[in-house]
Design a protein around this ligand. Structure first.
Ligand SMILES: C[S@@+](CC[C@H](N)C(=O)[O-])C[C@H]1O[C@@H](n2cnc3c(N)ncnc32)[C@H](O)[C@@H]1O
Length: 264
């Protein structure tokens, strides 16, 4: 694989700086990480791989559960995000790895007991390669946990369509993890990559106008525009949106968590 499996906007210094501010001013990634760690059923002494560790929020929640005899391998493709993580976390049982998730097998010695992947899986551009790499390092009795929000996940079990146009997209999701997944396609996709989906768990949180404003300041949050607008233009639009918007608005964010194990 030559092309990275990551959105290049994650590699920007400004994304890491704003991400750290975002996690200081809001609880979004803390809430999502805490829920993932709760579902992971961690025990003292376990080896945990935190894929897309970012500035270390998820690792921070893992550490008390595994204790001093456990360890975390915190992997991220972004040097600026890892630089912040290293400042935040000084525990001796955390090893930071700068690598693309699709190349994790070359950097992480197996077996790991748990793989946690908070708020990133749907963004991977090469999901088949990422899952192949994670499967190589995960213990046969280990668990992989990841999550995805609406609209990247459709909270329904949608049967195969008789229409070519819809079926084309469903097959892309089932085989390659491309496009939004639903409850049926994600199970098939995981199976296709050698994992069995054991459980799903729905999690709902609320987002204030201020959180939306801070989130959209992350360069990566608006980097999807095609054709792109430059960052100052995006930020000018954001300021205007903030002025025009209802200040007391609260939106409901639905997330789905997935717990999978390797098929052996
Ligand atoms: C939304 S952040 C989540 C960070 C952390 N898990 C948390 O909860 O705060 C997503 C992270 O995934 C990383 N990432 C994105 N694509 C990646 C890839 N292909 N390989 C490794 N890391 C990746 C980004 O650099 C970013 O730090």
């Amino acid at each position: 694989m030559t092309e990275s499996s990551a959105n290049p906007a994650w590699l920007e210094e400004e994304t890491a700086r704003r991400y750290q501010l975002f996690t200081q001013k809001t609880g979004m990634y803390q809430e999502l990480s805490a829920e993932m760690v709760r579902l992971a059923q961690l025990r003292p002494g376990q080896r945990v791989l935190d894929v897309g560790c970012g500035t270390g929020v998820t690792t921070h929640f893992v550490l008390p559960k595994i204790g001093p005899t456990g360890c975390v391998i915190a992997l991220d493709v972004s040097a600026p995000m890892l630089a912040v993580a290293r400042q935040q976390i000084s525990a001796p049982n955390v090893t930071f790895v700068a690598a693309d998730a699709a190349e994790a097998a070359g950097y992480v010695s197996p077996p790991v007991d748990r793989i946690v992947c908070n708020s990133v899986f749907w963004q991977f551009r090469h999901k088949v390669e990422v899952l192949a790499a994670l499967r190589q390092v995960l213990s046969p009795d280990g668990l992989l946990l990841f999550n995805a929000p609406e609209p990247y996940f459709i909270f329904q079990d949608i049967p195969r369509s008789p229409k070519v146009s819809v079926l084309f997209k469903q097959l892309a999701a089932e085989r390659y993890g491309v496009g939004p997944q639903d409850l049926r396609t994600i199970g098939l996709f995981l199976r296709h990559c050698g994992f069995e989906l054991l459980a799903t768990h729905e999690f709902t949180r609320t987002r204030s106008a201020e959180e939306s404003y801070l989130f959209f300041q992350l360069p990566v949050a608006t980097a999807w525009m095609d054709p792109p607008l430059d960052y100052p233009t995006r930020m000018a639009l954001l300021e205007e949106a903030r002025q025009l918007a209802e200040p007391d608005q609260v939106i409901r964010q639905r997330w789905m968590y997935f717990v999978a194990r390797p098929v052996v």
